[in-house]
Design a protein around this ligand. Structure first.
Ligand code: CTP
Ligand code: ZN
Length: 159
């Protein structure tokens, strides 16, 4: 792995095929891997870069996954904890697609409602469902008990 300390230089080597999730807010790369369901024992070559200098945001994290192209649904969930992230699909060393995705209007199943009385925590059949009320700052509302949660709540839960 190549490392440079100077700004604007390569931190880890380029990948051949796969996905580069760039401009992740510093410290959230592990939460991004969690959203993707990657534990590290799947065999993908993964580069995790944390707290490096960036032009766009103060400090950023980067996740590079060799051999896996993430889909739209996974990408939209990443926006919940990393709204600034760019998803680059790489084929044969070239960025063939750069996605700036939008926060989904509805989030099913990923997040647990923090209200212990909520039906989603008491009925095994019920799947959690949140509506996006605002994006900046992120605010989600449980469709069942109408409790509100923030971006910090989501990050805390995922990590
Ligand atoms: N990248 C990579 N392997 C490749 C091509 C690109 O790991 N074969 C990485 C780059 O290091 C960068 C990201 O994918 O972190 C996006 O690449 P590129 O679009 O070339 O960089 P920028 O123009 O700096 O992207 P942006 O405008 O999104 O900052
Ligand atoms: Zn609820």
């Amino acid at each position: 792995m190549i490392s440079y300390s100077k700004k604007d230089e390569l931190i880890v080597s380029k990948i051949r095929n796969g996905t580069v999730i760039d401009h992740i807010p510093a410290g959230r790369a592990l939460a991004v891997l969690k959203i993707l369901g990657i534990k590290g024992n799947e065999g993908y070559r993964i580069a995790l870069v944390m707290n490096v200098e960036s032009k766009k945001i103060e400090r950023k994290d980067i996740v590079k996954i060799e051999g896996r192209e993430i889909d739209e649904k996974e990408a939209s969930l990443i926006t919940l904890i990393a709204p600034s992230a760019t998803i680059n699909i790489i084929r044969d060393y070239v960025v063939v697609e750069k996605r700036h995705l939008e926060v989904p209007k509805q989030i099913k199943g990923l997040i647990k409602c923090p209200n212990p009385q909520c039906i989603t925590n008491n009925d095994v059949e019920a799947e959690s469902r949140f509506l996006t009320i605002s994006i900046k700052p992120l605010k989600l509302k449980c469709e069942y008990c109408e409790i509100y949660i923030t971006e910090e709540d989501v990050v805390r839960q995922i990590l």
